[in-house]
Design a protein around this ligand. Structure first.
Ligand SMILES: CC(C)(COP(=O)(O)OP(=O)(O)OC[C@H]1O[C@@H](n2cnc3c(N)ncnc32)[C@H](O)[C@@H]1OP(=O)(O)O)[C@@H](O)C(=O)NCCC(=O)NCCS
Length: 392
């Protein structure tokens, strides 16, 4: 078996049959194969690895070049995707070898963190990934927003085809990348595919500043307005977009939107009845996972207070002893010291991403935290839910 890095142009002959068999209804048609080929111009910067035997690709993995904000610091992020092996080659360790090599390679190329959407979290837990929250869906009737229609808000909303609003949308995504914990974006090559999306874009502006944007479609008169992520820089952007949605009161029966775990739709209006849910059901409705690939690269992250030394175990990439501290709210990292906690990569990543408390690290079997380390770890890494924006 040989592992080989391939270009996007080689993916249709090698990775497509593995992915199409694994993820789509099959057998697939010539049109589907051609559609995949056409999309390859958006994968020119991805790192693609395949495992071959006698010139036949038996398994493949890829990493999309992305960026992510983790506790205030924007890192290069490896978005792991396209993971599939041929059914007759499964459980032979091929994907383990590919993923191990991929994570090493992307770390060497500068990625400090990685994220993915797992078909089954226990599989990726073997590679150090820890669960982070799935975005929520909220559904409500536009009548619930009627009080907002009477407000005179300092801003406006413009409705555009995505192709015309793309640069405003991407500009807002970059602003949120700099300010929102967990937020992630594709590089320009991969992001360009979304320019031609057949969706509406509502862009909220206050003065010249874009303060909100929502991609959406409408499935028919009296039907559903389906929005994706309600992206806003704050309450004004949200109010402007909700006011715009409220104007669809005689047009659609319901509105669905994607929101973060810290959004509380029942507080958006006095009489707003809403169902907000985060359905997780593997393999399809999957919550993402993330991990740290480089500890010194976290230096400068916005953290709490205090200091603690931890040993990260069983990991070729970040294993070792790390003394962590805070200098005016910014993380300091030095190698070495006497550890008071032993953490798996998933346990360490859970603390860094703000999804696990030190006691949960212990109860989940992701580390051994001495009583002396519980308070310093929770003060250094206060709980803070990440919002992973991109789907991949
Ligand atoms: C999931 C899949 C990629 C695994 O590929 P594979 O080549 O069989 O994986 P490996 O043999 O390298 O297994 C790696 C490890 O995961 C374990 N593993 C394999 N399948 C697993 C599963 N379904 N659930 C949990 N663990 C699993 C293996 O036992 C092995 O553990 P070990 O190294 O500790 O012994 C393959 O089964 C597949 O293509 N499935 C359909 C597509 C899919 O779901 N892809 C993932 C998208 S996120």
């Amino acid at each position: 078996m040989e592992i080989r890095q391939i270009t996007a142009a080689e993916r249709p002959e090698t990775m497509f049959p593995l992915q199409a068999y694994a993820f789509t209804p099959s057998p697939w048609s010539a049109e589907e194969s051609e559609a995949y080929r056409r999309r390859m111009r958006f994968f020119g910067t991805a790192v693609n690895l395949i495992a071959e035997e006698d010139g036949v690709a038996l398994a493949g993995v890829a990493s999309l070049r992305m960026r992510q904000n983790v506790r205030g610091l924007v890192h290069d992020m490896a978005g792991v995707a396209s993971v599939a092996s041929h059914p007759s080659a499964r459980r032979r360790g091929l994907v383990r070898k590919l993923l191990t090599r991929l994570l090493r390679q992307v770390k060497d190329e500068g990625c400090a963190v990685s994220a993915l959407y797992p078909f089954r979290p226990s599989f990726y837990a073997k590679f150090g990934f820890v669960g982070i929250p799935r975005r929520r869906t909220t559904t409500f009737a536009p009548e619930g927003l009627s009080e907002l229609l009477r407000r005179d808000l300092p801003g406006s909303v413009e409705r555009l085809p995505m192709s015309e609003g793309f640069s405003a949308y991407e500009g807002l995504a970059q602003t949120l990348l700099d300010s929102r914990h967990g937020f992630s974006v594709f590089d320009d090559v991969r992001a360009a595919e979304y320019r031609e999306d057949p969706v509406w874009l509502a862009v909220a502006r206050s003065g010249d500043e874009v303060v909100g944007a929502l991609r959406y479609r409408i499935d028919g008169h009296g039907g559903t307005l389906s929005g994706s992520d309600l992206l806003t820089t704050g309450p004004l952007g949200r109010a402007l977009l909700l006011q715009f949605l409220g104007r669809h009161v005689d047009q659609v029966a319901r509105i669905t939107l994607t929101v973060g775990t810290d959004d509380v739709p029942e507080l958006w209006g006095t009489d707003l009845s809403a169902v907000t849910e985060g359905k997780v059901d593997y393999p399809r409705d999957n919550a993402p996972m993330a991990r740290v690939l480089d500890v010194p690269a976290l230096t400068g992250s916005r953290v709490g207070t205090g200091a603690v030394t931890v040993e990260v175990v069983d990991d070729e990439l970040i294993g070792g002893v790390w003394s962590l501290g805070a200098d005016d709210g910014q993380l300091t990292v030095t190698a070495g010291g006497t550890p008071s906690a032993t953490l798996t990569v998933a346990g360490f990543s859970g603390l860094v991403y703000g999804v696990l408390d030190p006691i949960e690290v212990l109860t989940r079997g992701l580390g051994d935290v001495t009583p002396d380390a519980v308070t310093p770890l929770s003060e250094l890494f206060p709980r803070r839910m990440p919002y992973l924006f991109a789907d991949f």
